[in-house]
Design a protein around this ligand. Structure first.
Ligand code: PLP
Length: 205
């Protein structure tokens, strides 16, 4: 488990350097340790080493039959991509809990295999979410297509946020960047990076 502590220290250092290069403050970037498929001991080690944000992942899109689990146990959801999912999360969020923070996942490449709302559907979905009292719309999330340079997609997500803001939609967070490309994402304005293997090593190992 000391490996996790060492890898995490290296990630924190790389995030600090990337924010400095971008003229940004390291505190403006939240590192989310993506702990899917990792043993509990690895998650405990990361927690002990100072990570307090963990990301879990449901295979593929968030399915309607999984929303209750998410509404009851999580503080944030980065993968809201359709009105039906937003409405279910809103209904299922327990009254004693704070509103659920949500990001709209954007499918930038139009690949039908992937989750996410099309860029031109985001404004309408944002207005649906804005009317749901148990949800708090915080920003946008992307997973760029696996091949090719991610910079273009990061820049486009930031542009989309700017256009939506200009249309009066309050959006702050940009969740983008994973183990292989979080420095490029920070350069492009990411406020949340989702780092799995670079902290924990291979999944299911
Ligand atoms: C698994 C996963 C990650 C982490 O990917 P790594 O390459 O291991 O850093 C980030 N975001 C999402 C949505 C994921 O499913």
């Amino acid at each position: 488990m000391t490996e996790i502590t060492e890898r995490l220290a290296e990630i924190v250092e790389r995030v600090a350097r990337a924010t400095t290069r971008a003229g940004r403050d390291a505190n403006d970037v939240t590192i989310i340790a993506v702990s899917k498929e990792q043993p509990a001991a690895a998650i405990a080690a990361a927690y002990a080493a100072g990570v307090h944000h963990f990301g879990e992942n449901f295979i593929g899109q968030l399915q309607a039959n999984k929303t209750r689990l998410v509404a009851e146990h999580f503080a944030w959801v980065h993968t809201v991509d359709r009105a039906r999912i937003a409405e279910r999360l809103n209904e299922q969020r327990p009254q004693h809990a704070a509103p659920l923070n949500v990001l709209i996942q954007v499918n930038q490449s139009g690949d039908a295999q992937r989750g996410g709302a099309a860029p031109d559907e985001v404004a309408a979905l944002a207005s649906v979410i804005g009317a749901l009292p148990r949800l708090r719309l915080c920003g946008l999330m992307t997973v760029p297509p696996p091949h090719g340079a991610p910079e273009r997609w990061f820049a486009e997500l930031k542009d989309l946020r700017a256009r939506l803001r200009a249309a009066g939609i309050a959006l702050d967070a940009l969740s983008m960047g994973m183990s292989a490309d979080f420095e490029a994402a920070i350069a492009a304005g990411a406020s949340m990076i989702r780092v799995g293997t670079a902290i924990f090593g291979n999944r299911g190992a």
